[in-house]
Design a binder for this molecule. Structure first.
Ligand code: PNW
Length: 479
């Protein structure tokens, strides 16, 4: 780290991100239909502490206040997601005008404050009716997604100029249908691979629909949680290759290169014959993109299991439970050195620089954007009304430095969005895991700027990271 401020490019886009089910609440209001996350969170035992998104941060009713926070932060962009079942309650047919009205007001409120809306069409909340009809393993879901994208492009495309089709299809497919720790909670590996394909196909159909109806100058993108995979030693190269295929190239292949990687199809041959991939699908999935959204939290470390010693599964899934890593039973996920966040994820920003440079190398000419990066810590609201989250400031400082390093080395990174604007419903972990730069008091839902929010406001205003103090810690922590 340097002792002088680290400047970012002139037009670098600074933002924060949220997702509909994690913040909105108002789950049964104004005609919203249920999604798979309503069903999942209301099933006892699936979410920590029995938490649900029924109320969440009540963002639906506190829109003006939250817009003012964004304006106060001075961000140039806000990434939010549209709840599919709020605007199309059964996932298809009739538009629910009251639900659409919320997003229209959100977009207008952002524009009035000079903040660019970045709309994600799908952040995991599939309309329950579409899951009942088969969900993502079923081809029809991809077609319905394309239609939904078309309707949103028509409704908001005059004002939204940056679109993201899917958020982290890795999670939707493998956590939703293989390990079952996310909605809809299914543990069917073959269905999960079919879901991978229909997410890729739905993405391509959505890109095409947005090109047809949205502003022709609009930027169309997808957000992937690419895994930066490292091997313990050179002997683990094949384990690295296989995890890379399932996690990264299963999406990058069809979306950017127009084909599934041959090794992925071979590796999973005992699970599926991939006959759900029809002629022309890969070309559809490869509709050209203007930007690639990258979500980064930590790298992963793997090794080939020797078949004898007890197997390590330090990837978050319990030993013996269904794995998201299909056909990788002989790959071990090795515990990495700390420090760790409250999620148990190790803090290692070097993986972000390496990942961005790999993408720059493999897909030259495709601009990149960090659509999520952040950390959960056990934040405490002190008696004086402050939340002293210096560990989050340190995390953000390290990762922004890693982004700057990648830019200096040639990567075309256009922007950075902190996950998250505010503490919210952290999926299967409920409200106990706090990722926000704004604290939410769960009893009152009062919003309190954490120290990290004050710090981020300064970074955004300066377009630069503050110099690092003599102790090697990020300086200027508290404003
Ligand atoms: C992302 N994993 O989720 C999501 O896009 C956010 O909605 C979420 O709140 C945030 O990161 C923090 O978790 C992930 O198991 C969930 O590797 C799980 C994983 C990765 C990302």
């Amino acid at each position: 780290m340097s002792s002088t401020p680290r400047a970012f490019p002139q037009n670098f886009l600074w933002g924060t991100a949220t997702a509909a089910y994690q913040v909105e609440g108002a789950a049964a209001e104004d005609g919203r239909g249920p999604s798979i996350w309503d069903t999942f969170s209301h099933t006892p035992g699936l979410v920590d502490n029995g938490d649900t998104g029924d109320v969440a941060c009540d963002h639906y009713h506190r829109l003006e206040e939250d817009l003012d926070i964004l304006a106060g932060l001075g961000v140039g962009a806000y990434r939010f997601s549209i709840s599919w079942s709020r605007v199309l309650p059964g996932g298809r047919d009739r538009i629910n005008q009251r639900g659409l009205g919320f997003y229209s007001a959100l977009v207008d409120g952002l524009l009035a404050r000079g903040i660019a809306p970045v709309a994600t069409l799908y952040h995991w909340d599939l309309p329950q009716e579409l899951e009942d009809a088969g969900g993502w393993p079923h081809r029809d879901t991809a077609l319905r997604f394309g239609e939904y994208a078309h309707r949103m492009g028509e409704a908001l495309g005059d004002r939204v100029h940056t679109w993201i089709t899917l958020n982290e299809p890795w999670c939707s497919a493998y956590l939703g249908y293989a390990s079952g720790v996310h909605a809809p909670g299914r543990t069917e590996p073959a269905a999960a691979l079919a879901a991978v394909h229909h997410l890729n196909l739905g993405h391509g159909l959505a890109v095409r629909a947005l090109r047809d109806v949205a502003d022709p100058a609009a930027l169309v993108s997808v957000t992937l949680n690419l895994h930066h995979v490292r091997g313990v030693s050179e002997r683990d190269a094949d384990a690295v290759r296989r995890i890379d295929a399932l996690a990264n190239r299963a999406f990058l292949g069809p979306m950017l290169d127009g084909a599934y990687p041959r090794d992925l199809i071979d590796d999973t041959a005992a699970v599926t014959d991939w006959s759900f991939v029809r002629d022309g699908d890969e070309a559809t999935a490869a509709a050209p993109l203007d930007l690639l959204g990258v979500n980064y939290y930590n790298p992963v470390l793997v090794r080939q299991w020797d078949g004898a010693s007890p197997k390590v599964t330090a990837d978050g899934h319990a030993d013996g439970a269904a794995s998201p890593w299909i056909a990788c039973d002989d790959v071990e996920f090795v515990q990495q050195p700390g420090p760790y966040t409250e999620m148990g994820w190790n803090i290692d920003e070097t993986g972000l620089t390496e990942l961005l440079l790999r993408l720059h190398h493999d897909h030259p000419g495709l601009p990149l954007m960090i659509t999520e990066n952040g950390a959960a810590f056990a934040d405490v609201l002190d008696g004086d009304g402050r939340v002293r989250d210096e560990r989050r400031i340190d995390y953000l400082h390290r990762h922004l430095t890693a982004v700057a390093d990648a830019i200096d080395a040639g990567a075309d990174v256009r922007g950075y969005f902190v996950w998250s604007l505010m503490d919210n419903f952290e999926w299967a972990r409920g409200y106990a895991k706090r990722f926000g730069i704004v604290y939410i008091d769960r009893a009152t839902l009062r919003r309190v700027w954490k120290d990290s929010a004050h710090w981020y406001r300064r970074v955004v205003a300066d377009g630069a990271l503050p110099a690092v103090g003599p102790a090697g810690s990020p300086g200027d922590r508290v404003v």
